[in-house]
Ligand binder design. Structure first.
Ligand SMILES: NC(=O)c1ccc[n+]([C@@H]2O[C@H](COP(=O)([O-])OP(=O)(O)OC[C@H]3O[C@@H](n4cnc5c(N)ncnc54)[C@H](OP(=O)(O)O)[C@@H]3O)[C@@H](O)[C@H]2O)c1
Length: 319
């Protein structure tokens, strides 16, 4: 898989990044630790070098599974993890990073991301200078190689950039969820930052496997996903029907086509979540898909039949 630069850093990342929220188990259902480890290893063996996790995914469980799965190949992998919004005070960041290093069984994190802006979910709105004081210290100590943010808007990135170098934004982004296109994504491109798109298959909706009226099992957080709400079903299914002939003609799946669209956007890599090795391999395989300008224009038009009816709120869930 041809690697790409991570923002202005010296780090090279794969255009498909393996997402491991699933491996944390919490907020998903029927996740098996062995399957998660096999998925991570299958991703690595298929050319994915870059892995995304977070301290909050199962309270360290995802990080621990990732650390175990990458044992022996850590030096060839790029690990991105995140500090949650309840740990943004100076001392809390330093302690959170130590815990992540231990969970991941490593002595450095390649990309350390602020998961949500300060003040999210009712947590203390720690001043940005305090957050970056801790992050820069970790970087100077070699415990983290680069700093990124997630779920930040343009203004929040502008403020953060006054205190330190940010190499990436991790926003929700897919053919069906494009709120960052208006302000945040242009800011990233203007400033040489990478966009690491999360939920690039709209949490599975873009694979076409969830028909109208699909009900998630109790405990699967996707029942709160705003795109899965009944008012969007007809438009979503109609858009998927229009995308199917293109996927068939290219002999790829709908999910792979959706990933290829994300990767074709400037400065953008796709963080594809997977619960097993089959899914991870299929997602890795999407890196070989080439889309022409005409394919991209057609997909853009189809995607807009869904996104034109969404509000400006970039948060994917009704939390
Ligand atoms: N920064 C943040 O706030 C944030 C938020 C969300 C996600 N993320 C990161 O982004 C990653 C990806 O996002 P996501 O998991 O929300 O959404 P996603 O990657 O769009 O969707 C993942 C889901 O799609 C289905 N899927 C994946 N590959 C498939 C395949 N080849 N065939 C059929 N179905 C497939 C699976 O559904 P089933 O489980 O039903 O099989 C899987 O759980 C996460 O793991 C996490 O690392 C970050």
């Amino acid at each position: 898989m041809e690697l790409r630069p991570l923002g202005t850093s010296e780090i090279q990342i794969s255009p498909i990044i393996m997402g491991t929220w699933q491996a944390g188990k919490a907020m998903w259902t029927d996740i098996d630790d062995n399957e998660s480890q096999k998925a991570i290893r299958a991703a690595f063996d298929s050319g994915i070098t870059t892995f995304d996790t977070a301290e909050v995914y199962g309270n360290g469980h995802s990080e621990r599974i990732l650390g175990r799965a990458l044992a022996g190949v850590r030096q060839d992998a790029v690990i991105a993890t995140k500090v949650f919004s309840n740990h943004l005070k100076y001392d809390q960041i330093l302690a959170a990073c130590e815990r992540s290093l231990k969970n991941l069984k490593t002595d450095y994190i390649d990309l350390y991301q602020v998961h949500w802006p300060p003040g999210s979910f009712g947590h203390v709105a720690v001043p940005m200078n305090e957050i970056f004081k801790a992050l820069k210290e970790l970087k100077a100590q070699g415990k983290i190689r680069a700093i990124g943010v997630s779920n930040f808007n343009r203004q929040q990135m502008e403020e953060a950039a006054q205190y330190g170098d940010i190499v990436s934004l991790q926003p929700p982004y897919s053919l069906f969820w494009r709120q960052v296109d208006s302000e945040a994504a242009p800011y990233c491109r203007e400033n040489g930052m990478s966009i690491l798109a999360y939920s690039p298959m709209a949490q599975g909706l873009l694979t076409g496997k969830f028909g109208p009226g699909h009900a998630f099992k109790k405990g699967d957080h996707r029942s709160s996903n705003r795109l899965f709400q009944p008012k969007h079903y007809a438009r979503v299914q109609n858009a998927l029907d229009q995308l199917r002939p293109m996927a068939d003609q290219k002999a790829v799946s709908l999910g792979q086509l959706a990933l290829a669209w994300v990767m074709a956007q400037p400065h953008t890599c796709a963080i594809a979540g997977a619960r097993n090795a089959d899914q991870a391999r299929q997602n890795a395989d999407a890196a070989r898909i080439q889309l022409s300008d005409s394919d991209l224009a057609t997909m853009d038009k189809i995607g807009r039949t869904v996104t034109d009816h969404l509000d400006d709120n970039p948060v994917l869930w009704k939390w």
